[in-house]
Design a protein around this ligand. Sequence first.
Ligand SMILES: Cc1ncc(COP(=O)(O)O)c(C=O)c1O
Length: 453
Amino acid sequence: MNGRLSFSDAPLIRVEPPGPRASELISKQDRWETVSRTYTRFFRTAFEEGRGSTIRDVDGNVFVDWFSGICVLNLGHAHPAVMEALRAQLNRLVHINEVATEARVGFLEELVSTLPGSLKGRAKVMFTVTGADACEAAMSLARWTTKRRTIVSFSGAYHGVHGAVVGATANHHYREYAGVPQYAVYHLPYPYTYRFPFRVAEGDEAKVVVEMLEHLLRDDYSGPGPIGGVMVEPIQGEGGYIVPPDDFLPMLREVTDRYSVPLIVDEVQSGVGRTGRIWASEHSGVSPDIVCVGKSIGGGIPFSLIAYREELDEGLPAAFHLGTYRGNPLGLAAGRAVLRVVRGEGFLERVRTKGEEVKKRFQELQSAIPQIGEVRGKGFMIGIELVDDPVKKTPSALASKLRAEMFRRGVLMHTCGHFGNVMRFMAPLTIEDDLITAGLRVFESSLKGLVSQ
Ligand SMILES: Cc1ncc(COP(=O)(O)O)c(C=O)c1O
């Protein structure tokens, strides 16, 4: 990485957020915008400008950004390569539907040459707009291919909240008021070894899950009916930054192959370098049938896609999955620039090395702070699960307090997990070393302060 991308003075709190100017903007925002917002509850300020892994608010506070716009900014704010690509594209063409452009073909060539396993160099691509939209397209394609309706997904899964895909998302909260039925989706437990729901021998969690899946595939007499696809996050995101055992994806691949059921790998959060490989599924060497890509691929522009085995494309009718803004030229231009940076020399290697260092640092803290129940992760996708009692593993309410305290001290860090008790390290992959150190210092002193209260 050449040159500093971030503001040099972070974290810097000039005035406790929200400061006077931010308060003014927030009160106007509150007047007009829905109360159902989420992030404005945690990060009560108004932002003005982002640079690399830092973001400045309107009162001159500069935050270290470990939030990355919820895993969208793998290259951080205003990365020069992305900005240059966007500016060039802005001057040419901002919207067109599906028709070939340099940006479209350039992106397709770049993307397909990065894809995991046997998709590399020979996949088909269908553009969508959001992560949920990509997952919708993936589920529809699997159902169309197999002519079977039921999709298996996993507890803790998050695939979005669009009409059909909300069924695959595990948290019932999202289905309660939307008035949508659970569209033929069956949830199996994810091999979350720290909280596996059944008593099994240590190390057997993934095997048990895959045996349950095989039971459903072999015998559809009862239960969810004939299965048309299995949708999985290679590392669970919203569910708690959960890394499954190494043999989980290979076993899923083996059983889905044996029963000719498409394996959909949702890389919306874990993809584009986040885990130290371009795709998290590369860690296990598995070739998905369909891969869902979103978030960071557009460098901040809403842009997503599915890539899938060429054979699944045969006979697919026009207008199979629709959306006016699919394959937006700005997203395509940004996406190509993002992939080029991520594939650049030494980039992913640094994510792997730094990621291990950060994980080790959190693990060292674990030996000093018993409320850190587990530290897990790959690359820059690290979860720190907080518990009140390390033996009983009682989920702790500390995480939301820690997020608030870190914000007060100038670091943006967010939570996830079934109980909202997992802190997640999802800093931009381009973050400078001093901002890792500064964030870790704030994390440590804030958590120590909270547990000693
Ligand atoms: C793994 C995964 N899939 C799908 C989605 C949905 O993406 P979007 O919010 O862009 O619809 C998310 C969002 O967090 C995600 O983490």
